[in-house]
Design a binder for this molecule. Structure first.
Ligand code: SAH
Ligand code: SF4
Length: 363
């Protein structure tokens, strides 16, 4: 449904907890029951048409329809991949687009959500970083991405990763509230939610205080300050050891393993000396290292995908040192479903499909 001109200005029911919906219903004697019905329709049945909520009195449906929206987002572009990946470029009627992706696997269905429109962190390899920062997403827009993808999916989406556009920890209050709604109202397990961060130390500490049993993944990308400095401006403020210590504290507070995302860029981050330094850094800490081959984005840095040989060698060095390694399964290549790419494509910043296809992993 298209968000109408007047509709756009109405407050949105999506993003409210059942208790908040109850407060919205005010003094009605049946507010508690009605709010539970509404929350069930919105979050469990993914029903956005108030008139289709047959167990609510007609007068209430009409009243709600006049005062509230149930569609926080509309779709600008939908791309379906041959491997089942479905990617949406969405906005709230203002043409500030952001993306979310449905990722079906054999054993589960996952989705990748955005936390901001654009990103202020300026990482040198990232299409989102290239485009600059527009604004934080509100709770309705974060939860709305999940619900839109769920409407497209025949199977229940059981896992959420915040690896779309933006730095989630820069939008912490909205992120936390959205995760609570995904847990309390939608029924997701916190253990199936992963937040990926560039490594903002005070925000990692704040998140730890919430004691939510979610996964926190650090985008490390190099164990060496001189390399990480060049790739990620955030490293000047919170260098490797400092951010790693914050992750250790987070790990101790939550009991979860430390998850590190590691981007392999040819001859920049994929070298054996960095594999060894990484193994040394995480020795003795329960860990997972997720290797991500660089997805080609022309950021004018001359970055290239790693050779298969380099990936193998990097992995071997880590494994021999007892590190738990996984390689990110690459999905949705034909629709540029990797991080930041579709929005980049939309604004003409990244290479088109044909040229991406010309860049297979070198052998
Ligand atoms: N801002 C957060 C989460 C969004 S980015 C973060 O940086 O962690 C999600 C992941 O995509 C991060 O690990 C990021 O480093 C990675 N990424 C960004 N650009 C990429 C590219 N061109 N190829 C592969 N991964 C990329
Ligand atoms: Fe922002 Fe993450 Fe991209 Fe860095 S990698 S610019 S933090 S979205």
């Amino acid at each position: 449904m298209k968000i109408g001109e007047n509709q756009e200005k109405l407050p949105c029911l999506i993003g409210l907890s059942q208790k908040e919906i109850q407060a919205v219903l005010g003094e009605r004697s049946d507010a508690s029951m009605r709010s539970k019905q509404l929350a069930w329709h919105l979050y469990r049945r993914h029903e956005t048409n108030l008139q289709a909520m047959g167990d609510l009195p007609q007068a209430l449906r009409d009243e709600l329809e006049l005062c509230f929206r149930t569609h926080p987002l509309e779709t600008a572009v939908r791309k379906q991949s041959t491997d089942g990946v479905d990617k949406l470029l969405v906005h709230r009627g203002d043409n500030q687009v952001f993306e979310c992706v449905l990722l079906p696997y054999e054993d589960r269905v996952s989705c990748c959500l955005s936390s901001q429109v654009g990103c202020p962190m300026g990482c040198k390899f990232c299409a989102t970083g290239l485009g600059g920062f527009q604004r934080n997403l509100d709770v309705s827009e974060i939860v709305g991405q999940y619900l839109m993808l769920q409407q497209l999916s025949e199977r229940r989406i059981s896992h959420v990763v915040f690896m779309g556009m933006g730095e989630p920890l820069l939008n912490l209050p909205n992120l936390i509230k959205a995760m609570r709604i995904l847990h309390d109202e939608v029924g997701l397990s916190y253990r199936h939610i992963t937040v990926s961060t560039v490594g903002i130390v005070p925000q990692i500490e704040k998140l730890a205080e919430e004691k939510l049993p979610i996964h926190l993944a650090l985008s490390l990308h190099s164990p060496l300050d001189e390399v990480r400095d060049r790739l990620m401006p955030v490293n000047h403020r919170w260098p490797v050891q400092e951010v790693f210590n914050a992750m250790r504290e987070y790990q101790q507070a939550t009991g979860r393993k430390i998850t590190l995302e590691y981007l392999l860029i040819r001859d920049v981050t994929d070298t054996p000396d960095q594999a060894k330094a990484l193994a040394k850094l995480i020795r003795g800490v329960p860990n997972v290292v997720n290797l991500i081959p660089f997805n080609y984005v022309d950021t004018e840095q001359g970055f290239a995908r790693p050779t298969r040989q380099a990936v193998r060698q990097f992995r071997q060095i880590l494994e021999q040192a007892g590190v738990n390694v996984s390689e990110r399964m690459e999905r949705g290549h034909d629709i540029a479903a990797a991080c930041g790419q579709l929005a980049g494509q939309h604004t003409g910043r990244i290479m088109n499909r044909a040229s991406v296809a010309d860049l297979p992993v070198a052998r």
